[in-house]
Design a binder for this molecule. Sequence first.
Ligand SMILES: O=C(CO)[C@@H](O)[C@H](O)COP(=O)(O)O
Ligand SMILES: [Fe+2]
Length: 233
Amino acid sequence: MAGPLQLKELKNGREIIIAPSLLSADILNMERHIGELKGEADWLHVDIMDGHFVPNLSYGPALVSALRKRYPQVFLDVHIMVEPAEDFLDMFLSAGATLLTVHLEAAKHIHRVLQKIKDSGVMAGVSINPGTAAEPLLPVLHMADLVLVMSVNPGYGGQSFIAETIDKVRWLSKVRSERGWGYLIEMDGGVGPKNVAEIAAAGCDAVVAGSAVFGQPEPSEVIKEMRRSVQRG
Ligand SMILES: O=C(CO)[C@@H](O)[C@H](O)COP(=O)(O)O
Ligand SMILES: [Fe+2]
């Protein structure tokens, strides 16, 4: 059972947490692709899509269980784009997610959903689409371990970054320091070496990168380049 997590502990001294999205890995060669990360990734990001909340289908809890069995120590950052979120919690909570992130737009009772995730000992994340303002998150921010700001409309990898979403990261970062809350801020969609420094400077702690990492001949080198870019500022 995970205790209450503090921002510092989750980030563990790293300037940026990088979470490659397996959506961009070749499904028939997933193990090889994970190996190609050469231990440079901090988390593995798993996108679950239901063909209803988002216009695409991807994986189910079986992939999360298989990843947990094969990589017992890995941080599994599971992003569920499913509606209603309530109907899918148990299967992902028991599959071995380290962090389970649900969409504000896909939950009837977001407070109850986050509480249930936390009560099960899994970290609780809440996500918003590009067309959703950050302010409606205010009543649940105190209980979130992570806020995932979508910087593309969810459903596909390889889309272009929507720059206006960075303002929500700035707002979440400001509210966090004003209130003394401990959530991490993660950005997802269209992130890569070219924009990661600006995203980190806005207050982001973690970034998801799918096509930027797995679409390249040397995925581990892309991750290193992203870290260098953040260090340079
Ligand atoms: O949740 C999603 C898409 O809905 C993402 O996690 C994508 O998988 C990110 O892919 P890139 O935009 O980095 O290619
Ligand atoms: Fe995602």
